[in-house]
Ligand binder design. Structure first.
Ligand code: GLU
Length: 411
């Protein structure tokens, strides 16, 4: 099943609960605008290479569209469409005044030099600068992009439109960014994990956790949960998985990874396992924090963790989701679980517009506040309507977007 089919499946499950008419479903599912552009770039060796860039703007009924830019070889229109609609529901679930969008370039960023990546990014912005902007569509990082790429985007956009730091979020802190934005997605995952454990009556210090992915989201989630006294027993990245039943020394693993160009390759303080084996470990909490589609009907039966927190976007395909729900497992869905990132993006954007910067404590406090209320709302809805947390989250998101669409007037 392709990514978009999966999102549509989840959308329909919630739409059934909300008794949405077919016409309304089509309206809410259809993206407002889709842009696909050619990015011709001269590489360092003088050769010409052509990349394809995408920006899908799904919905703006609740505010400017918002969502990341993904640089990955598997980026295509289907995936970007799916992720764009996910952003619409995500911003609505946490109730921040945004719609949803997503973009990307089909490229392996590690296969090009930093200067080439900068040229590719700037050329991409040349192609899309007139459809993004602080009041229309605000990009941010996603898989394969980070603060550096955001700085180039701001600089390129400003060449056309003048000083506009709020055109993009998760910028370097020294360049109109915000302390606490980088950690926010992982921190949010940690906050939600603790809340889920508490709702299920589990003891934090007796909880073992496996985290797939040790990038921005996975590593900050690992740090947060270790500080909260959970035992993180397994981590992984593209080099493979690392398992230590007594708990991984997360600070040590982070230091190792930073010293080895953000790779755990060669890390010897834990047993080597594969990424697949990590997903099947007998732990209390599994956190897929890498790419989408890693849990399908092929491996769902072998997943033993009773609690799964979807830190990545779309890590579980619908057939696997059904298996988990039949087995009575608790799955905290991506549209809530990783919403800490876009919530902190909202804080950064709002401050950029006021030319003001909060300190880290304020950012963390406000993040905790927004995420906690969203969590309570989703959990309560799931109990009241006897639906999964995913269906509950989608119902809240779709309900808010649907109401805004109708109130704003359709015809
Ligand atoms: N790419 C992140 C996400 O999927 C962050 C988006 C943002 O901050 O706008 O939620």
């Amino acid at each position: 099943m392709r990514a978009l089919e999966a999102t549509t499946h989840y959308f329909n499950q919630a739409a059934d609960q909300l008794d949405l008419t077919d016409n309304m479903r089509v309206l809410l599912r259809t993206p407002k605008r889709e842009v696909q552009v050619q990015i011709p770039v001269e590489m360092d060796n003088g050769e010409l290479q052509t990349f394809i860039g995408y920006r899908v703007q799904h919905d703006n009924s609740r505010g400017p569209m918002k969502g990341g830019l993904r640089y990955h070889p598997e980026v295509d229109l289907d995936e970007v469409r799916s992720l764009a609609s996910l952003m619409t529901w995500k911003t609505a679930v946490v109730n921040i005044p945004y719609g949803g969008a997503k973009g990307g370039i089909s490229i392996d960023p590690r296969s090009v030099s930093v200067r080439e990546l900068e040229r590719i990014t700037r050329k991409f912005i040349d192609q899309i600068h007139d459809v993004i902007g602080p009041d229309t569509d605000i990009p941010a990082p996603d898989v394969g992009t980070g603060a550096e790429v955001m700085a180039w985007i701001m600089s390129q956009y400003n060449k056309y439109h003048g000083f506009n730091p709020a055109v993009v979020t998760s910028k370097p802190v020294e360049l109109f960014g915000m302390p606490g934005r980088e950690e926010a997605t992982g921190r949010g995952v940690g906050i939600f994990t603790l809340k889920t454990l508490s709702r299920l009556g589990r003891k934090i210090h007796e909880t073992s956790v496996a985290i797939q992915g040790f990038g921005n989201v996975g590593s900050y989630a690992a740090q947060f949960l270790t500080e909260a006294e959970c035992k993180v027993v397994a981590i992984s990245d593209v080099s493979g998985g690392y398992y230590r039943p007594d708990g991984i020394d997360i600070a040590g693993a982070l230091k190792y990874s930073r010293e080895h160009r953000y790779s755990l390759e060669g890390y010897t303080e834990a047993e080597r396992i594969s990424n697949e084996e990590l997903l099947e470990l007998k732990v209390d909490v599994l956190i897929p924090a890498a790419l989408g589609g890693v849990i399908t009907s092929d491996n769902a039966d072998r997943v033993q963790a009773p609690i799964i927190i979807e830190a990545a976007n779309e890590p579980i395909r619908p057939d696997a989701d059904k298996i988990f729900s039949d087995r009575g497992m608790t799955v905290l869905p991506d549209v809530l679980a990783n919403a800490g990132g876009v919530t902190a993006s909202y804080f950064e954007w709002a401050q950029n517009r006021q030319h003001y910067q909060w300190g880290l404590n304020r950012v963390r406090q406000e993040l905790d506040h927004v995420l906690s209320s969203a969590f309570e709302r989703v959990w309560d809805m799931s109990q009241e309507r006897s639906v999964s947390l995913r269906v509950a989250a989608y119902m809240i998101g779709i309900g808010r977007v649907g109401r805004a669409t109708i109130l704003g007037g359709i015809a």
